[in-house]
Structure formats: C-alpha cells, structure tokens
Design a protein around this ligand. Structure first.
Ligand SMILES: [Zn+2]
Length: 62
C-alpha cells in the first residue's frame, strides 16, 4: 500500500512544519483582528498594524 505510506509521510511532514512554526512564535499567539485591521497577541496583548511578527513584543517592553 504505497499510497498509505505517502499519506503518512505527508501528515508527518505537515506536523513537523506546524511544530517548527509554533516554536518560532512560541511566546506569542498572533490573531488577526479583521474588524480593526490589526494583529493582536492573545498571550501578552501586544498589537501591531502589520504582521504577524515572529517575536513577542512583551520581551521588547521594559
Ligand atoms: Zn505576545
């Protein structure tokens, strides 16, 4: 069943890609606020006009 094997590899690659992406933004969870046209971090409450950024803005604040 080579098709099932291909499917399994595809799923694993997708999970790995998702894991890599989430580790890049592990500190922040950026959500797009379409009504206000901004990106907002659900974790620390930071807001940016364009995004999502790859860093957590709370680290940049004093
Ligand atoms: Zn944040």
């Amino acid at each position: 069943m080579p098709i099932l094997l291909l499917l399994l590899v595809g799923v694993l690659a997708y999970l790995w890609w998702r894991w890599r992406r989430t580790t890049l933004t592990r500190a922040c969870r950026w959500r797009e606020d379409r009504r206000r046209g901004i990106w907002r971090c659900a974790f620390c409450g930071a807001e940016v006009a364009e995004g999502p950024p790859r860093v957590c803005l709370k680290d940049l604040q004093p």
